[in-house]
Design a protein around this ligand. Structure first.
Ligand SMILES: Nc1ncnc2c1ncn2[C@@H]1O[C@H](COP(=O)(O)OP(=O)(O)O)[C@@H](O)[C@H]1O
Ligand SMILES: Cc1cn([C@H]2C[C@H](O)[C@@H](COP(=O)(O)O)O2)c(=O)[nH]c1=O
Ligand SMILES: [Zn+2]
Length: 295
């Protein structure tokens, strides 16, 4: 039996053999955690072979790796103590949240315990779920800072957690430290979705800061609302100049490079016209006020 066990462990380490379904049923002590908390529930019997995927489903065949349910006794012995960090970035409407939710569901289907977190600044669709622009949703913890997650979840539940999904990552100031600690020291798989750039195409929050920490970085694109070509940037349609402005298609649209540049020119021109108009108005009021006040 020992020689069989060592063959299986060696095979796991070399990841050459798919493993029989019996490896995937979660042990009894984990079921209450999976079934009773806002953590995403894993199916009692996940499919016989779980494939690790890159964070989004691509048409290209990613290397199929046989992955055991993370809480499997045999795997516990060979499971790496270190986690992973996967970053999904791009403009608005690129499918970042969709890819994140798909990855989380894949992890749940593989029998892993998953929790989703988003910034409590994202009030567009309520605070208890992560919601895509298409309306696909998943329960989540809405937090102002990631450092409060462990206390919010409870240390025991956190220790048993395998995967953490983070949406709207650009709004978390403590993103770097949280991801570093979760993957390096707590062995968590962290999947992060967020904007790489703001409406001025400047680095947004700490999303780009975690690129050097990442196992994988995926930049998704949308379709340009003007010409239909690939959109890499987000154009703000209004005149606000604050970096943080929560909104959807009412305020923003994805555009290609040409129509970002054209759009910015148009918006700058509008701003200039409005500024000239308001100063002219102010001057005429002063003049009119002066004349009416003249003795
Ligand atoms: N111009 C666009 N380009 C691509 N997708 C768009 C566009 N406008 C609306 N959508 C919709 O937005 C969905 C992506 O939503 P979501 O995953 O929430 O994106 P993100 O999180 O990147 O903002 C797409 O599946 C599509 O149905
Ligand atoms: C470009 C840009 C966006 N935002 C806000 C607008 C939305 O609430 C989120 C991004 O949402 P999504 O999930 O990527 O669709 O960020 C902002 O505050 N500032 C910006 O410059
Ligand atoms: Zn375009």
């Amino acid at each position: 039996m020992n020689s069989m066990r060592s063959i299986i462990i060696m095979a796991m380490r070399s990841r050459l053999f798919p493993f029989p379904p019996s490896f995937h049923s979660p042990p009894p002590h984990l079921l209450p955690l999976i079934q009773s908390s806002p953590l995403l529930r894993s199916r009692a019997q996940p499919p016989p072979l779980c494939l690790a995927r890159s964070p989004f489903r691509s048409s290209s065949s990613c290397p199929a790796v046989a992955v055991l349910g993370a809480h499997d006794p045999l795997l516990m012995e060979s499971r790496s103590p270190f986690g992973e960090i996967h970053v999904i970035l791009g403009p608005m409407f690129a499918g970042k949240t969709t890819a994140l939710l798909r990855r989380m569901q894949d992890e749940v289907d593989c029998g892993r315990s998953v929790a989703m977190v988003k910034s409590d600044r994202d009030t567009r669709y309520g605070l208890d779920s992560v919601v895509t622009h298409d309306g696909m949703k998943m329960p989540c913890f809405a937090l102002s800072e990631l450092s409060s997650f462990r206390d919010k979840l409870g240390t025991e539940a956190y220790d048993k957690l395998n995967v953490i999904g983070i949406d709207e990552a650009q709004f978390f100031e403590d993103l770097y430290d949280f991801c570093c600690n979760a993957a390096d020291h707590d062995g968590k798989i962290v999947v992060v979705a967020g904007l790489d750039g703001d409406y001025l195409r400047k680095s947004f929050g700490s999303v780009l800061d975690i690129v050097p920490l990442a196992d994988s970085v995926t930049k998704l694109t949308a379709w340009c609302e003007i010409c239909g070509r690939r959109a890499f940037f987000t154009l703000r349609k209004t005149n606000e100049t604050l970096t943080e402005l929560i909104g959807g298609a009412d305020v923003y649209m994805p555009v290609c490079r040409e129509h970002y540049v054209d759009g910015q020119v148009a918006i700058e021109a509008t701003r200039t016209i409005l500024a000239v108009r308001s100063s002219t108005l102010a001057q005429s009021e002063v003049i009119n006020g002066g004349e009416s006040g003249a003795v």
